[in-house]
Design a protein around this ligand. Structure first.
Ligand code: ZN
Length: 207
C-alpha cells in the first residue's frame, strides 16, 4: 500500500515536472539571445520531456521481468532519441552549420509523423504476432520519443502527415495536455497488447 502511494506520488510529481520542464524550457528558448543557446535549450527540453515520459511508463507499465538497470537504460534511450530526432535538420541541410540547419525551406524527414506511426504500428504487430516482449517495449520507446518531440514542435508548425499534408499549429495548452497524457496512453497500449514472454533475456545482456 505504502509502495503504491510512493509510485502514485512519483507519477504525479513527474507529470508536474513535464509541465514545468515544457514551460521553463520554452521560456528559456524564447529569451535566449544566442542562437546556439536557443538550439541547446530546445534540445535539452526535448531530451528531458522524452525521459520523463518513459519514466512514468516504467512506473505503471506491466514490466514483469524488467530490472531497474534496464529501466534506466530505457529512460536514457528515450531521452536520447527524443533529442536526436533534430539531427535530421543537419542531414537535410547537408551541413553542420546551425544557421543552415535551422533555415531549411522544408521540414526534415524525421519530423514527418507518418514515419513513427507506420514504423511503430508494424513493430507492435510483429511483436504481438511473435510474442516478443522486448520488441514491443522498443517500439513503445520509439513511439514515446517521436510523439513527445512532434507534439512539442507542433506548437510552431503543426503535425506533418505525409502525403496528406500538415495540421495547423496546435494551441500551447493542448500541447501541454497531450504531453501529460502521452505516457499514460502508452501504459494503456502496453497493457492492451498483452505479451506472455518475459524480458529476462535482454536483462541478462544489459546487466
Ligand atoms: Zn524538432
Amino acid at each position: 500500500m505504502y509502495l503504491f502511494q510512493i509510485f502514485n506520488n512519483s507519477s504525479s510529481y513527474s507529470t508536474l515536472l513535464i509541465v514545468v520542464t515544457a514551460i521553463v524550457g520554452d521560456y528559456v528558448v524564447a529569451y535566449s539571445k544566442l542562437h546556439v543557446f536557443q538550439a541547446l535549450f530546445d534540445n535539452a527540453t526535448h531530451f528531458t520531456i522524452g525521459g520523463l515520459c518513459w519514466f512514468i511508463v516504467c512506473l505503471h507499465s506491466n514490466s514483469r521481468g524488467v530490472g531497474s538497470t534496464r529501466k534506466i537504460v530505457e529512460i536514457a534511450c528515450c531521452s536520447l532519441l527524443s533529442s536526436l530526432i533534430d539531427v535530421d535538420h543537419f542531414v537535410e541541410a547537408k551541413s553542420i552549420s546551425l544557421k543552415n540547419a535551422t533555415n531549411l525551406k522544408r521540414r526534415p524527414f524525421l519530423h514527418c509523423s507518418t514515419i513513427p506511426i507506420l514504423l511503430c504500428s508494424i513493430l507492435l504487430l510483429i511483436s504481438y504476432a511473435s510474442d516478443n516482449g522486448t520488441m514491443k517495449r522498443v517500439s513503445l520507446i520509439i513511439w514515446t520519443a517521436f510523439a513527445s518531440h512532434h507534439t512539442r514542435d507542433a506548437t510552431r508548425r503543426g503535425y506533418w502527415f505525409y502525403p496528406f499534408g500538415s495540421s495547423p499549429a496546435i494551441p500551447y495548452a493542448f500541447y501541454i495536455a497531450l504531453t501529460c497524457i502521452l505516457p499514460y496512453s502508452v501504459v494503456f497500449l502496453d497493457r492492451y497488447i498483452s505479451i506472455s514472454s518475459h524480458y529476462d533475456a535482454l536483462d541478462t545482456i544489459i546487466i
